[in-house]
Design a protein around this ligand. Sequence first.
Ligand code: SF4
Length: 351
Amino acid sequence: MASDVDTRTGTDLAPADTTGPVLTGSGLAKQFPVARNLLGRVTQWLTAVDHVDIELGAGETLGIVGESGSGKTTLGRMLAHLVEADAGTISVLGREVGASKRDQQWLRRNIQMIFQDPFSSLDPTKAIRYTVREPLVVQSIGDRTDRDKRVDELLEQVGLPKAFADRYPEELSGGQRQRVSIARALAADPPILIADEPTSALDLSTRSEIINLLLQLQEERSLAMVVISHDFATIRHMSHRIAVMYMGRVVEHGDAEQVANAPMHPYTTALMSAVPGIDPEENRLETRVVLSGAHPNPADLPPGCRFQARCPEVMAICKTTAPEPQLVPDGRWVECHLVTGELAAAAPGSG
Ligand code: SF4
């Protein structure tokens, strides 16, 4: 592939396959050590992400939803190269990104992250101007005057007065800090944004403001976004496609409306049933599926389906055989023995 070198930074701007997905993860896996013996050797591993395939199209929002411990945050950090994958490949704009400094600099120009906690993600000793300007300095974009002008523009775009540039994080509310985090993430004009629980540390009214701001910025800039949340209502509202994660696996993945309106995996059904309907007449709480049973130990997963102990539909096969992902006729992927029969047989390419 032909490369295009940024003469200011020496950074290879290569990619750029803008026709395919902007972000692809194939076979991604990550384990963390949880126990060591006296010699320091790892004796037990926790499976956080277990051979996951994921794809993000240009201008698309992919929502990743699941409970705490599902692996969604680790997956998001792997996609942003903040956590190194044990296995699998990640390609950004058609290019596989390595660990070299040059690759990482290129990556930061193309992917930025917004974190959950705006209180700890900003340096309390630095004025907002410094924080928002930092990516421009790292990427050698513009001179000091250009950067200051850009900071003013960015603050305006995220709904903050220019005068905030001279304030410090402690002078700002949680919502204002998250707006600063978004301004910083957008500073180098990346085409891809990964937002990990961007609203969960905020109060209810501020949450909707930040969600609407992200949606507005996405539309204006044709951003591709991965949004990670435990809150199905937020994910449904923001996403074109939804990937539902459970214990390190993507158990259902497809068009957001299809997944939300007619979930096929029992876990998705349970998550979705907890989302109150907008119309009180169709309040879903009446049909809420309350899951009982314990989560499996991620350091000692059982044979068969990981959801078996909590699944209202569990069958004998679920206790011995792990379900494989199945493509169903409406184009979504579901990993459950309930869909391995007629539905999957009708799927294109299923033979
Ligand atoms: S494979 Fe079995 S236990 Fe797992 S979600 Fe499907 S029905 Fe439930």
